[in-house]
Design a protein around this ligand. Structure first.
Ligand code: PMP
Ligand code: GLU
Length: 397
């Protein structure tokens, strides 16, 4: 047989989804495993949003919609961007896709030709580098360590740009670090993007999950030029506890929106009509549920960070947003635990799952070796259970 596509053959399975499947399978087998793997809110979708989905089914709103999504949903997205960030977009500039993941995917497909370079600020969400390669482009990783709060500088971005660079991938609040770029930091990055003529994909899916009264700045709000070259990505998954409904969207200039809609019209078409009706209510309806969930996440973060930093051998920075903590486990590298030499964060995470019955995500695939990601989108009780187990796991090793 002839070889399959080189691009497809090179795609790695998503670490986050693989760990989530393993965790769910272990649970189904009756194992008492605690999960801090996939980043998905543990809250149910708010009642009024669920009702909108049910009503859509009952009133037969179950047919195809335009590829770029229902006009009412695109209007609702505009309303949110206006209310939350003072950003004015027309509905024609909004393209709805099957989750923010697919929004990033079509943005990259739209912007990249084979051989183009895409600069990714690391640590980064595992899917970015894969999606860049799926577009035939080359990921160029610019890393920011713990000592710079996991945030890259404008100078680092500038130094990584070549004549092949097409796009800069920005994610604030960031998965996996939870860090939030300040307005000044973003302004400096925007200056580089303009001067070096780059497109920007600004993934702002965690925009509502920012703590300590820190101000969130939407990248597109930094000026007319930057807005023209930015594809803003957002969605309902994280803000409204709607991960399974699969609704994301982009806001961009009209030309890019048109091209992305064309692309969708030959691939997925629009996402489920039922989900789109629920998402209208999420975006245009009352926002109180977001505030309640944010408060709960903030309390969990405080508790997790405080306890983790008291455990010998591990440490973490206090993230400002999203629902992830990066646990530094470098002190265990080269040591032997349970008869096994720990060579990487993977070794630690696998052993912690096997012996400690706790699922976490090693950050090697996020370009952050030596770190393990804990998602605290789970109850306080589970957080305590996980940390108790971490203490025991280290003590008994
Ligand atoms: N961007 C980031 C940074 C994420 O962490 C996720 C999590 N899945 C997504 C995009 C995709 O979200 P969705 O579930 O809407 O596809
Ligand atoms: N984005 C979440 C995470 O990083 C969900 C899983 C995924 O889509 O990768 O865990």
């Amino acid at each position: 047989m002839k070889p399959i596509s080189k691009i497809a053959a090179g795609v790695q399975a998503s670490t986050t989804l693989a760990i989530d499947s393993l965790f769910k399978a272990m649970k189904a087998e009756g194992k008492d495993v605690v999960g801090f793997g996939a980043g998905e809110p543990d809250f149910p979708t708010p009642e009024h949003i669920k009702q909108a989905g049910i009503e859509a089914i009952e009133t037969n709103l179950t047919r195809y919609t335009p590829a770029a999504g229902l006009m009412d949903l695109r209007r609702a997205a505009c309303h949110r961007l206006e209310q939350d960030f003072d950003l004015h977009y027309e509905p024609q500039q909004i393209v709805v896709a099957s989750g923010a993941k697919h929004s990033v995917f079509i943005a990259l497909q739209t912007l990249c030709d084979p051989g183009n370079e895409v600069v990714i600020a690391a640590p980064y969400w595992v899917s970015y580098s894969e999606m860049v390669q799926q577009a035939g482009a080359v990921p160029v990783i610019v890393s920011a360590g713990e000592e710079q709060d996991f945030k890259i500088t404008a100078a680092q971005l500038d130094a990584a740009v070549t004549d092949k660079t097409k796009v800069f991938m920005l994610n604030s609040p960031c998965n996996p670090t939870g860090m939030v770029y300040t307005r000044d930091e973003l302004q400096a990055i925007a200056e580089v993007c303009t001067r070096r003529n780059l497109y920007v994909i600004a993934d702002e899916i965690y925009c509502n999950l920012v703590y300590d009264h820190i101000e969130f700045t939407s990248f597109a709000s930094l000026g007319e030029d930057i807005r023209e070259r930015t594809i803003l990505v957002n969605g309902v998954s994280k803000s409204y506890a709607m991960t399974g409904w699969r609704i994301g969207y982009t806001a961009s200039n009209r030309y890019l929106a048109k091209v992305m809609a064309n692309y969708l019209s030959h691939s997925t078409s629009a996402p489920s009509t039922i989900s789109q009706h629920a998402a209208i209510v999420a975006l245009a309806g009352p926002q109180e549920d977001i505030y309640a969930m944010r408060r709960a996440f903030e309390q969990r973060r405080d508790h997790l960070v405080e306890r983790m930093n008291k455990i010998g051998g591990v440490s973490c920075l206090k993230p400002q947003g999203a629902f992830y903590v990066m646990m530094n486990m470098k002190s265990f590298l080269g040591k032997t635990m349970y008869g096994q030499k720990i060579e990487s964060a993977e070794d630690f995470a696998h052993l912690f799952l096997e012996k400690g019955l706790v699922a976490t995500v090693p950050c090697t695939a996020f370009a952050a070796p030596g770190f393990i990601r804990w998602s605290y989108a789970t109850s306080m009780q589970e957080i305590d259970k996980g940390l108790d187990r971490l203490e025991q796991f280290i003590k008994n090793a």
